[in-house]
Write a protein that binds this ligand. Structure first.
Ligand code: SF4
Length: 415
C-alpha cells in the first residue's frame, strides 16, 4: 500500500523516543535472562504500579501490535492468525498478537528482540470482548504462565459507586496475594506509595502537555503522539516523569514562543478513534492546506489523576476506570468528551475514523457526528483500520480529505 509521507518528528524530545522504546524492551529481555518474573497484562491497569513497586517486569502485548505495525510486520502476523481461522473482521490487535506468538516470536531478527515469554499472565475479566479473547488465547499459548483472573466490574464512569471501588480494592488485595505467592516477593506499601506518586505525576505532566495543544498555533500534532509509549509502559517510574518533563518543557517554550507545527496554521482538526499505526504520517497530510490534527480521543485515556494518599484505592480506581475511559465508554459520555475537546482545542472540523477492526470505539460515531453538526463542527468519516492496512485506501482518503479541507477553509473565508 502506498504510504503517506513519513511522520515528521519536529520535537527534539520526540526524537528520543526510539531509544526509550529500545531501552524498555532491552530491560524486558534482561529481566527474563536474570530470572526477574515477567508478567503480561493489558495497558492502563493498576497492575503496572504493583509490578514496578515489587520489582517485577510488566509487558503489554497490546502495545506490541503498534510496534509490529511500525516495523511493517503485521501482514506476516495476520497471515498466521488468519491461517488459524481468525476472521479478518476481528480486532487488529488480536489478530496481530495471536499471529505473532504463533509465528515469528522467538525467531531470529525480531525487532527490539521481540517479546520475552511470560511467567505471569493477568487476563482482564472486563473491557471489550476482543481484549478478553486475546488473553484467553495467550493463556493457551503459554500454559506454564501463572495466571491471575481478575474480576473487575465493568461500569460506565458516571455510574461508578462506592461499592464498585470497594470491590476493586478487594480484587487488588487478591492480586497482591497472588503476586507474592507466585514470585516469593513481598509488596512494600511505602514503595507502592512512591510508585503511585510517580504515576500520578506522569498523569499531571500528560495533562500539562495536552494543555499546550490548546495554543494557536499548536506546538505538537497527532503525528508525534507516540510519546504516549511512556504512559503505557513506564507509568510509576522516574523514567516516565523525566521524559514527560522534557517534553512539557520543550512544548512550553514552543507554545509561548508562538512556534507552531506549521508556519501558517489555518484549520484545527480533531481525530476520533485509534491512529493508523502503520501510517502515522497520515496526520501530516492536512498540512499542505494549513490543517493540523491538534487533539484526538485516544490521548484522553491518560488524563487520569490518582489519589496518592490512598495508593491501593488509587490503583483499584485506575483499573476500574481503564476500559470505560476508552473502549467501553457510554455513547453519552463519548459525545460529551468529543464536544468538550472540540471546544477546548478550538476545533474547526473532526475526522471520525470508522475503524473496521475496532467496533467498541467506532460504536456511536453517527450519534457523535450528528451532535457535532448540531454544535456547528463539521465532520468527515474515514474508513480505515488501526492495524490492517489492507482495509485502507490512501487515494480514497486523500480525495475525501482534500474536499473536507476545502470546505473548512471556505467556511473560514480562507479560500
Ligand atoms: S478496544 Fe478496540 S482495538 Fe482495543 S482491544 Fe478492543 S476491539 Fe481491539
Amino acid at each position: 500500500m502506498e504510504k503517506s509521507a513519513k511522520s515528521k518528528k519536529r520535537l527534539q524530545t520526540a526524537k528520543e523516543l526510539p531509544l526509550i522504546i529500545a531501552e524498555y524492551y532491552q530491560e524486558c529481555h534482561e529481566a527474563k535472562s536474570k530470572g526477574k518474573p515477567v508478567g503480561w497484562m493489558p495497558p492502563m491497569n493498576g497492575a503496572i504500579e504493583l509490578f514496578y513497586a515489587m520489582d517485577l517486569q510488566p509487558v503489554f502485548p497490546e502495545n506490541w501490535s503498534p510496534v509490529c505495525a511500525a516495523f511493517g510486520l503485521t501482514r506476516q502476523n495476520f497471515e498466521v492468525s488468519e491461517g488459524m481461522g481468525y476472521s479478518r473482521d476481528l480486532c487488529g490487535y488480536l489478530r496481530n498478537i495471536i499471529g505473532y506468538v504463533h509465528g515469528m516470536m522467538g525467531e531470529e531478527g525480531n525487532p527490539l528482540g521481540g517479546l520475552p515469554e511470560p511467567d505471569l499472565m493477568l487476563p482482564p475479566n472486563g473491557g471489550c470482548a476482543p481484549v478478553m479473547k486475546i488473553f484467553q488465547a495467550l493463556l493457551r499459548r503459554f500454559p506454564a504462565a501463572k495466571a491471575f483472573k481478575g474480576d473487575i466490574p465493568q461500569v460506565a464512569i458516571e455510574n461508578i459507586s462506592r461499592y464498585h471501588v470497594d470491590y476493586a480494592v478487594s480484587e487488588m488485595k487478591r492480586l497482591i496475594a497472588f503476586l507474592e505467592e507466585a514470585t516469593g516477593r513481598r509488596l512494600d506499601m511505602d514503595r507502592l506509595r512512591e510508585t503511585v506518586i510517580l504515576s500520578d505525576r506522569a498523569c499531571e505532566l500528560w495533562d500539562e502537555i495536552m494543555a499546550f495543544r490548546r495554543y494557536i498555533p499548536t506546538p505538537i500534532s497527532a503525528s508525534e503522539i507516540g510519546i504516549m509509549f511512556v504512559m503505557v509502559t513506564r507509568q510509576g517510574t522516574q523514567i516516565a516523569v523525566d521524559y514527560l518533563t522534557r517534553v512539557r518543557d520543550e512544548l512550553k517554550e514552543r507554545a509561548e514562543g508562538g512556534t507552531g507545527v506549521i508556519e501558517n496554521e489555518k484549520v484545527r482538526l480533531f481525530w476520533d478513534n485509534i491512529p493508523l499505526w502503520y501510517n502515522m504520517g497520515l496526520f501530516n497530510y492536512f498540512e499542505k492546506m494549513g490543517g493540523v490534527v491538534v487533539a484526538e480521543t485516544y490521548s484522553a485515556a491518560w488524563s487520569l489523576r490518582l489519589d496518592v494518599s490512598n495508593p491501593l484505592e488509587a490503583i483499584a480506581m485506575k483499573t476500574l476506570i481503564s476500559y470505560p475511559l476508552v473502549s467501553c465508554v457510554s455513547i453519552r459520555k463519548r459525545k460529551e468528551m468529543v464536544l468538550k475537546a472540540c471546544r477546548e482545542y478550538s476545533i474547526d472540523g473532526a475526522i471520525l475514523h470508522r475503524n473496521k477492526s475496532c467496533v467498541p470505539i467506532t460504536l456511536g460515531q453517527m450519534d457523535i457526528k450528528r451532535e457535532l453538526e448540531a454544535q456547528g463542527v463539521p465532520s468527515l468519516i474515514i474508513d480505515a483500520d488501526h492495524m490492517d492496512e489492507r482495509n485502507f485506501s490512501v487515494a480514497q482518503f486523500q480525495t475525501r480529505a482534500d474536499a473536507f479541507m476545502e470546505m473548512l477553509l471556505a467556511r473560514k473565508g480562507l479560500l
